[in-house]
Design a protein around this ligand. Sequence first.
Ligand code: ADP
Ligand code: MG
Length: 673
Amino acid sequence: MKSLKDNVSVLKGVGPKKQASLSELNINSVFDLLSYYPFRYDDFEVKNINNIVDQEKVTLKGTIASEPTIVHYGRRRNILNIRFLIDNDIVKITFFNQPWLKKQLSVGREVLIYGRFDKNRSSMAGIKILQSNDSNQMSSIYPTNKHVRQSTIKEVVKLAYDEYKNYIVDIIPDSIRLKYRLEDFKTVIHDMHFPKTKKEAILARRTAKFNEFFLFQMRLQNLKSISQNKGLSIKFNQNKVDEFIKTLPFKLTDAQKRVINEIFIDLKSNRQMNRLLQGDVGSGKTIVAVLGIYACIDAGYQAALMAPTEILAEQHANKLAKLFENTSVNVSLLTGNTKLSARKELLPRIKDGEVNLIIGTHALIQDNIEYNNLGLAIIDEQHRFGVNQRKKLRQKGKGTNILAMTATPIPRTLAITSYGEMDVSIIDKLPSGRQPVKTSWIRENQFKSVLPFINDRLSSGEQIYVVTPLVEESEAVDMKNAVNIYENFKDIFEPKYQVGLLHGQMNDDEKNNVMGEFQNNNLQILVSTTVIEVGVDVSNATMMIVFNSDHFGLAQLHQLRGRVGRGNHQSYCLLVADPKTEVGTKRMNVMVDSNNGFIISQKDLELRGPGDVMGKAQSGVPDFKVGDPIADLTMLNIAQQEAIQIVSQKDWKNQYNELFNYVSENNKKFLIN
Ligand code: ADP
Ligand code: MG
């Protein structure tokens, strides 16, 4: 029994060698081959000479009106000229270095010639002479590599189609196909490879894209519905939470209240919460986490909060210990820095549940840490953690509710693809009274001209961060840059103002020490590598200077900029960069023009593509074959809606059998974080 899963080697003419080279293009099964779509077509349709654009590649049909002449020049070069009669027009056609065509070009013969048309001279650079049936069809052009020729792919695709066309079935429900006027899949495969007209190719591609998006979303939504089955139900006392909210030093914003309610609904239900909390830098995510923690501990469970750096974990522990002072929450800090003796004493207390809030770094997910009953695990700045680390935390409990927080705004495209299995809450408003940070971009040789401005900040008693280039993926090199700039700033500003240095190669005590000095305003200028990127909170700092800022991701620059603008003073961000490309210049201007993290990351995505923005492996955006999740976002949205709708139907697995088989087969391959 034939199946599209058959290996390509079953096709006539595909021997071991061809099979190996096709495999290099990720073509293994017949289905892989049939869905190895052309990336463009040569259009051989005969055109009317009056409708051709200058320099367009077209096919003309006419009669040879003059004996071909050949002129040789140089050693091996020659040109062949003919006059070509099309209705009443004469077009001069020149073929370069194809003298053998002469035989086919006898006077009076009617032929089809494909070439590039020059409108002004009414001439054409001939490319080839077509056979009469070529013009009925567009010619597919496939991506190839060194070992596989264009003609080979064409051949095997044709073979595969002829032998397997009756095995191509539709897995998209008919109702959806009718609703969006999609073609059946057999037609799609045919017209993608062998279209007769441009229109056919476009229609086929439209359906192919929808298929791809829809099936992807079906897998996501199915996973989501599976993972929602089991979870701890956190039954907390709402009145107590309300009382606790009254003790907070500020009033919650409406946006905060909304996401807190979303989280509470998840916590109470017996589905496992799997929620991503997005909120721009400074939007107040921490307090949302605090309330989740409070509710969870009130219900008798433990909670954990994991942060990407020691500095941030410690800052959280201090802040939360203060907020929870008169409650039953019992905070402890666990990082790589925790002394062995303290650790030894702490672990059993975590295991027996005496400690109910554990704050820390990666130390929280080490194998020998056992929790008593982890009800809620929160990951701060979750984009800084790898997939496996997030998974490990999740596995520390049974049915543990997960809240992942990020200030790296995830553009819709990524939210809907890589994070599609999570629910998303968004804090879309900053607490009132914040003034937007004023951002400017200067070239490196203009830096001297801003020194007076920097002096003004310092003499007003404000503090300054200076972030130094991330030139290479090497801590050592970054540090050298930081040290150079640190020395320069010392020369300029000391002894009047004190300059400190912070970099990734310092040990944790040293780092905390410098950070503390800056926090207490014993240092006015802090020169640092990107270790200060996330979290740190010094409200007297009003200026962020970033050198070589074109080397950073825009989301990262936005994070850095978020270190200032936290107090009542007007704050400033100064980007120093000499971008080498047009895209680089555009990116700097995006930062100057926008203070909105969502807009910034969407722009960055458009300018650089998902792989570069999130890191190739991190982006999680699948390699769609035809769909472009950025350009075709609307279609992706529709496909998602339809998939959600189907999965919500109780008996969809019986009703759409083909679809269910497809989804369950592909589930295993599908990565979930
Ligand atoms: P992020 O979302 O970047 O983690 P934080 O939670 O650190 O932001 O909050 C930024 C600052 O805003 C903190 O100093 C916090 O105390 C303050 N803050 C949070 N919510 C409010 C609010 N509703 N009103 C006023 N200030 C707030
Ligand atoms: Mg934060």
